[in-house]
Design a protein around this ligand. Structure first.
Ligand SMILES: *Cc1c(COP(=O)(O)O)cnc(C)c1O
Length: 390
C-alpha cells in the first residue's frame, strides 16, 4: 500500500537521537531549548515552546490567552478534532465558521459576517483557531484585520504548514496572530515522532505556556511569591500539565529541521506534477491564493460532480482496493457524534460538508517515487472511468 503520507528518516537523524541516548539527559536537558531556538529563528518568532504534541500545544495556547468557562472559541469545521477540543479542555464553548470553497480554509467573509451578528448579540468569541489546511496559509491579513476590529484573539493551527510561507515570510512568525502551533507527528512535514510547538511574540503568553507545560511550576525568583527563599524552592503558581517534549525528540527535530526547505520543495514538485497529470480529468485540483507558498502536507482533489458520474466513494474504494492508501481530510468536526451531542448537525456548515463529500487526499511525501506517482495517477484515472461505467 502506498501511504498518503510518511516520514523521511535518514542516517543523520538516527545518529542525532543515538547521541542523546548516550548523554546525561534523556529529557529536560540542553537539546529541547536548542530545538526551540532553532524553530524560533527559522520562522522568525520571539518565543517557541515545545510540547509532547500539537494537541498539547494548542491546549497551552488556549490556557495562556486566558480561555476559560464562559468563553467561546471558533474554528474551522474542516480540520482535525484537536483544533476544537483545545477550547473544550479549557471549559470554553466551541463554534465554527464555514470554509472558503476554493482554499478550504476559514472564509474571512463568513468570519466577518458571523462576528458582526455575534457582536450585535453581545456574544463575541474570545478567540479563533484558524487552520492552514493542506499547508496553505489562510488569508491572514484579512483574518487578522477582522479579528482586531472585533477584539478577538487569533491562534494559527499550522500543524500542516511548517515551511510554508505567507507574503514571503515563513508561517510561524505570528505577524498576523497571537500564537502559531506546528505538529511534528510523522505524517506532517518534519517529525519528532510525537511532538508540537507553540510560537508567539508575546512575552506574557510565551512565559505562561512555558510554565503550564511543566506543571505550572516556576524556579524564577522574580515570579515567586516568597521573595528570598531557599535554594531548593520552586513554586507551583498555576495548575499546569506534564506536556514536555524529550531531548530525544528534540534531537530528531533539530536534525529534521535542517531538511525542512528541501522536504517542502520536493512536496511542491509532486504537487505540480499532480496538477499537470490531472489537468484534463474531472477532478478539482488545489487552488492557491496569491502571496502563499503551501508546505503541501496534503494534496486533496475533489471529484467534480458536474463533470463525472464517479463519486468520491467509488473512487476511494477503487483506489484502496488497488493498493493506494488514499485518505479523507476531514470529516467535518461538527458532524462527529460528540459535537452532535453539543447541538451541531448536518446542514450547519454546507460548504464544508460539500467539500467533504468530494475530497480525496492523494499520496504526497518527499520519498514518493516516480514509479509510485505514476501508479497513483493511473489508478485515479482508472477509478474515475470505472465509477463512470457503473
Ligand atoms: C495533526 C494535527 C493536529 C494534532 O497534532 P498532534 O501533534 O498529533 O497532536 C492538530 N491539528 C491539525 C490540523 C492537525 O493536522
Amino acid at each position: 500500500m502506498i501511504p498518503y503520507g510518511r516520514q523521511t528518516i535518514s542516517q543523520d537523524d538516527i545518529e542525532a537521537v543515538v547521541e542523546v541516548l548516550k548523554s546525561d539527559f534523556l529529557t529536560q536537558g540542553p537539546i529541547v531549548p536548542e530545538f526551540e531556538k532553532a524553530v524560533a529563528e527559522k520562522v522568525g518568532a520571539t518565543h517557541a515552546v515545545t510540547a509532547n504534541s500539537a494537541t498539547s500545544a494548542l491546549h497551552l495556547a488556549c490556557l495562556a490567552i486566558g480561555l476559560q468557562a464562559g468563553d467561546t472559541l471558533w474554528t474551522s469545521p474542516i480540520t482535525f478534532v484537536a483544533s476544537a477540543n483545545c477550547a473544550l479542555y479549557c471549559g470554553a464553548t466551541v463554534d465554527f465558521v464555514d470554509i472558503d470553497e476554493r482554499t478550504y480554509n476559514m472564509c474571512p467573509i463568513a468570519l466577518e459576517t458571523k462576528l458582526t451578528i455575534a457582536s450585535q448579540g453581545g456574544a463575541l468569541p474570545k478567540a479563533i483557531v484558524v487552520v492552514h489546511m493542506c499547508g496553505q496559509s489562510c488569508d491572514m491579513r484579512a483574518i487578522w484585520e477582522v479579528a482586531q476590529r472585533f477584539g478577538v484573539l487569533v491562534i494559527e493551527d499550522a500543524s500542516h504548514a511548517i515551511g510554508g510561507k505567507y507574503e514571503n515570510s515563513y508561517i510561524g512568525g505570528c505577524q498576523y496572530s497571537d500564537v502559531t502551533v506546528f505538529s511534528f507527528h510523522p505524517v506532517k512535514i518534519v517529525t519528532t515522532a510525537e511532538g508540537g510547538i507553540a510560537l508567539t511574540n508575546s512575552n506574557a503568553i510565551g512565559n505562561r505556556m512555558r510554565r503550564l507545560r511543566a506543571h505550572g511550576i516556576t524556579r524564577d525568583r522574580d515570579e515567586m511569591s516568597g521573595g528570598e527563599g531557599e535554594p531548593w524552592v520552586y513554586e507551583q503558581l498555576d495548575l499546569g500539565f506534564n506536556y514536555r517534549m524529550t531531548d530525544l525528540q528534540a534531537a530528531l527535530g533539530i536534525s529534521q529541521l535542517k531538511k525542512l526547505d528541501s522536504f517542502v520543495s520536493r512536496r511542491k514538485e509532486i504537487a505540480l506534477q499532480y496538477d499537470d497529470a490531472l489537468a484534463a480529468w474531472p477532478v478539482i485540483t488545489p487552488w492557491q491564493l496569491n502571496d502563499v507558498q503551501s508546505a503541501w502536507h496534503l494534496y486533496v482533489v475533489r471529484v467534480d460532480r458536474e463533470k463525472t458520474k464517479a463519486s468520491r466513494k467509488s473512487v476511494f474504494n477503487f483506489m484502496r482496493e488497488s493498493g493506494i492508501g488514499v485518505n479523507v481530510h476531514y470529516i467535518p468536526v461538527h458532524t462527529q457524534p460528540y459535537f452532535r451531542r453539543l447541538g451541531f448537525g448536518v446542514g450547519d456548515f454546507p460548504i464544508a460538508e460539500r467539500y467533504y463529500d468530494e475530497a480525496i487526499s492523494l499520496p504526497i511525501y518527499p520519498e514518493l517515487s516516480e514509479h509510485d506517482f505514476q501508479r497513483v495517477t493511473d489508478c485515479l484515472k482508472a477509478a474515475i472511468k470505472h465509477g463512470e461505467s457503473c
